[in-house]
Design a protein around this ligand. Structure first.
Ligand code: FAD
Length: 148
């Protein structure tokens, strides 16, 4: 059944992937009213990646989210190696000037649910699941020339 609801917001983000969810939470955290549209009913999809890089972990530390994030089930990789007849070092994360000196592996749906949970702490954040962006309506759009 198709449901219809009229929603007014300052920012509408189409797509509740890592980019859309993170942007949505950061905007809401800044007090900006935001609605994230996600066409699927949940974040549980196999094709998603599972690596959370050190720079992302660092950002979560700066946001005060790191302890809560690391409480989720995850694995940690400090040194990456490859086997080509012999073991070859590829990356040593222990040498990075970041708080977490490892890559975290966690299913992306856990990460997205985590972001959704963080976002719900802000009254200006809303995720609409099973809701697709289908078109763009432009109202009173000024051209580049007019804006100069
Ligand atoms: C197999 C694979 C493995 C990967 N592994 C890793 C990894 O380990 N670590 C890593 O950092 N990156 C990994 N990546 C890359 C990472 O998944 C992408 O960089 C990331 O998902 C991009 O995020 P995004 O939010 O821009 O887009 P997406 O993740 O593609 O999210 C887009 C979202 O928008 C929704 N959507 C699309 N159209 C509409 C619409 N019209 N209306 C509403 N919703 C819509 C989709 O359902 C989806 O949820 C991997 C990618 C793949 C394909």
């Amino acid at each position: 059944m198709t449901q219809s609801e009229e929603v007014t917001t300052t920012v509408c983000i189409v797509g509740g992937g890592p980019a859309g969810m993170m942007l949505g939470v950061l905007l809401a955290r800044s007090g900006i009213e935001v609605v994230v549209l996600e066409k699927y009913a949940d974040f549980f999809r196999d094709f998603r990646g599972d690596t959370i890089h050190t720079s992302t972990l660092q950002m979560m530390d700066e946001l005060g989210w790191l302890e809560a994030f690391l409480a989720l089930r995850h694995d940690e990789l400090q040194v990456a190696t490859a086997m080509f007849g012999q073991t070859i070092p590829l990356a040593d994360f222990t040498r990075l000037p970041t708080r977490c000196k490892f890559l975290a592996y966690t299913p992306q749906w856990d990460f997205l649910n985590f972001l959704a949970e963080r976002g719900k702490r802000y009254p200006t954040f809303r995720v609409l699941m099973e809701t697709s962006g289908t078109d763009l309506i432009e109202i009173g759009r000024a051209s580049c020339r007019e804006r100069v």
